[in-house]
Every structure is written in C-alpha cells, then in structure tokens.
Design a binder for this molecule. Structure first.
Ligand SMILES: *Cc1c(COP(=O)(O)O)cnc(C)c1O
Length: 454
C-alpha cells in the first residue's frame, strides 16, 4: 500500500468514526478491527480504497442476488429516474408498484391476491402483526391479541418485530419495553437425538406447538415463523413438514400463519419461496431483503382476499388498515424489484442455483471431518458450518472467545467477506457467483475455520 493511499484511507475512516454510528457494532471494536471503506462494487466483488478486492460471500447481509452494480438493474433504474422518483401511494399510483404487485402475486399460491408495501423487513413484520390483530378485531374476535413465535427466531429489531424474536443478544436488554409473546421450542435439528431423522425430530417437536395452540387459540392472532431456516439464529434448519403440520393446526383453530420470508425468499432455499417446500398457503407473507436484488430498501406483505375483505367497508366504520410509511412502494425501489424478478427468468436462476448449490456441497464436504466442526448444513444457496469445542457432545465454544471474529479477519486478509454468526460461518453468495469464485470462497473458509479453531 502506498503511503498516499494509506493517508487517504485513514482520513476516510477518521471522518466516518467522527460522525457515524454503525449498526450491530460495538463501536469500540473499531479501535482494533479495521473499518473498511468500499469504493465500488462489481458482480460478487467489492473494492476498497486501496484497490483491494473482496468476494461478498454473504450478499451484503443477504440482500444482493445478482451482484453489485448489475448492468440490467442499473439500466432499468436509470430509465425510471427519467420519469418519476417518487409519489405518495395514497390516492395515487404508478406503474412500478402495479407491475411489481402483479408479478409477486403471480409467484404465490392462487389464494394470495393482495400486496401491501412497507419499507424494510422489520416494518413489514410490525405491519403484518397489526394486520392480523386488526383482521380479528374487525371480525369480532377482540380477545385475540397475542402472537406465537419460535425460540431462536429473528424477525427484526423494531419494538414489534423484536417482541416476537427470541435471540438474547438482540432482545434481552430491551425486554422491559417489549410485548409478551408465547415462545414455542424451535424444531431446529442441530440438537436432535442423532438416531432420529430430521423429519422424525421435527414431528416430535411439533407436539409442543400443537398443545400451545390448542390451549391458547382464543387469545392468539397468529403464529409467525421463518420457513426452513432460522437465519440470524445461527442458520439453524428444520424439516419442511413442520410448516405443513402448523398450517393445518392454525386453520383448525382460527389462527393466521405469517411466514417471514425476508431472508429465505427469492430463491435462497432452492424454491422461489421457502414455504413452497411445505406445500402450504400462508395467510400473510413478509418479503424484503432480496426483493430489490439488494438495491433499495423495500418490503412487501402479501395476503389473501379473505383478510383484505375484512377491512373493506364504509369509511365511518373505521375498519380500514391505516398503516402507512412516507416512502411506501417507492417507484425506484419497485423498478429495481421488477428488474430483479426479470433476471430470475432471463438467467433461469432456480435451475442454475441447483447446480451451484450442489457444487458448493461437494467442495465443502471435506470440512465434515474437521475435529471442531459439528455440522455442515445446507438448504439451497445457504451453507452453514458450525464450529464447536467438543465435536461429539456438540459443546459450543465460549462466546466470549469471539472465534467468529478471527474467521472474519482471516477472510478479509484473504479477499473474502464472511461475517460469522457466533461460531457459525456461513456462505450465502449472490447467484451470479462462478464456480471459480466458489472455489476461492471455500478455500478461504477452510483457512478461516483452521484459524478460528486454533
Ligand atoms: C433481516 C430480517 C428481518 C428484518 O429485516 P430488516 O430489513 O433488517 O429490518 C426480519 N426477519 C428476518 C428473517 C430477517 O432475516
């Protein structure tokens, strides 16, 4: 690195730390851990101010689907910018919002007929909770005020979405200002009896959910769940039969099923939406993250005619769903989302992802023999490697050792951006990654595991 470059870089970091407060960060960490200003991005690659490049192996927090500065999405946004940057969506409308709603509805089961927009994942969860509660109220079920969620779940960090989340790291501090939620044991297969299949384990665990619903259904609006993978919950996975059984019981007991597809939607788990693998129709679907291909903040709530029609009434009855955000369905964001959906067709993404995920599986399988790897688990384009202190008993490392950070720093040194969740290293790349780039990531992850388990 030339000294001029270094000075330049130091100056950027200094200016940042003077004014910026970063998300999910103990700011004091930046006394030792470098903050990395990124100058540009192209495809899976990010480039910093020294010209050093990094493969974005985590899709910039799971949002990027088709690479940075994707030429097709860029082109569509430029065209939209010439026409309209934004207009309110109350009383007015625009083609990007209409096109996107039509496309999303076409991708979901036929019972899903309406599309509501919010700004980000957490706000879509909050709005979905309000929508479910308000539906039951309009229908005369005013006792329904509670929600059921799973242990180890993550649904966002606004007060509503944090209330139904269950990861202590994000939640514990704020318990005093959160709404009470009924937590039911997650079907997470990591700690199953190793003699059981994933399916058998999942069916066993479902019993608790059944009992809780049976006992509390009069007071419960909805069950909220992340289909198949609890992503922020250390990429823990479960068998699809759980959702199939859950939907049946929810229907029987008059409870909505809200699926949080914010992380797993848009092809991540092999199907367009993860819930498809359970062959169910949810009552409410929350989408965000990959929805715009990683370009803009946008989220969507898809729901049924049954729910929509419970709000459709004379104004003076005050039954309307009055939830709103200033930037609802921003035209540029909707344009990016439509372009991203075009690319699914143009690039035959689901089929191509199957090839990529098989390749990743083969390339990474050698790590299963590592003395400190308890499990390698994969669903589609999500691969997670769980590091443990004791492989046989699956005893985790003490979190205070912060082994994930070592893996992170090793990755950066070797041109790959990984950002472990505790002791879990995961690989969730943009779909345009090449086999050669996968090779590179797998080699670096292997090195990172060795470094972190030393
Ligand atoms: C990221 C995430 C959220 C929250 O979305 P934000 O846009 O970060 O507010 C909610 N649910 C799941 C499953 C997520 O992964």
């Amino acid at each position: 690195m030339s000294s001029k470059n270094k000075n330049n870089l130091d100056k950027i970091v200094e200016r940042d730390l003077k004014v910026l407060w970063h998300p999910c960060t103990q700011m004091k960490d930046h006394e030792d851990i470098p903050l990395i200003p990124i100058k540009s991005g192209k495809g899976v690659w990010l480039k910093d101010y020294n010209g050093k490049k990094y493969i974005d192996a985590i899709s910039s927090w799971w949002v990027n689907l088709f690479g940075h500065c994707n030429p097709y999405i860029n082109k569509k946004i430029k065209i939209q910018l010439k026409n309209l940057e934004h207009v309110l969506l109350a009383g007015f409308t625009h083609m990007p919002a209409i096109n996107l709603s039509e496309k999303l509805i076409k991708l979901t089961p036929k019972e899903i007929t309406k599309c509501f927009f919010t700004d980000n994942g957490s706000s879509s969860i909050d709005a979905a909770m309000k929508m479910s509660f308000h539906y039951w109220k309009n229908k005369g079920f005013s006792k329904k005020k509670k929600f059921i969620a799973l242990t180890n779940s993550y649904h966002g960090e606004t007060l509503g979405s944090l209330s139904i989340s269950n990861i202590d790291l994000y939640k514990k501090t704020y318990k005093g200002i959160l709404k009470n939620t009924i937590m039911v044991k997650s079907p997470d297969c990591f700690y199953k009896d190793q003699r059981d299949s994933d399916k058998k384990h999942t069916i066993k665990i479902f019993d608790e959910m059944f009992k809780v619903i049976k006992k509390n259904h009069n007071e419960v609006c909805a069950v909220i769940i992340e289909p198949l993978v609890q992503c922020a919950g250390y990429m823990r996975m479960y068998h699809e039969i759980y959702l199939t059984m859950l939907k049946q019981v929810c229907t029987k007991y008059n409870i909505h099923l809200i699926v949080d597809e914010i992380a797993v939607g848009f092809g991540r788990t092999g199907t367009m939406f993860a819930f498809e693998q359970s062959k169910i129709t949810p009552d409410i679907i929350c989408l965000s993250k990959g929805i715009t291909g990683g370009y803009m903040t946008l989220s969507s709530i898809l729901t049924t005619e049954e729910i929509y029609s419970a709000f459709y009434d004379e104004y003076i009855k005050l039954n309307a769903f009055l939830h709103s955000h200033s930037y609802t369905a921003n035209p540029i964001a909707c344009t990016a989302a439509c372009a991203s959906l075009d690319l699914f067709k143009k690039l035959d993404v689901l089929k191509n992802n199957l090839k990529l995920s098989n390749y990743i599986q083969n390339r990474i399988s050698h790590l299963a023999d590592h003395p400190n790897i308890a499990e390698i688990r994969q669903k589609g384009m999500i691969t997670a490697i769980e590091m443990v202190k004791d492989k046989k008993k699956r005893i985790p490392y003490n979190w205070k050792e912060r082994r994930g950070i070592r893996a992170y720093l090793y990755g950066l040194k070797n041109n790959v951006l990984i950002r472990p969740l505790g002791n879990v290293i995961y690989f969730m790349p943009p779909y345009i990654i090449t086999l050669k780039e996968i090779d590179k990531v797998v080699d670096v992850i292997t090195g990172a595991v060795n470094e972190a388990t030393k």
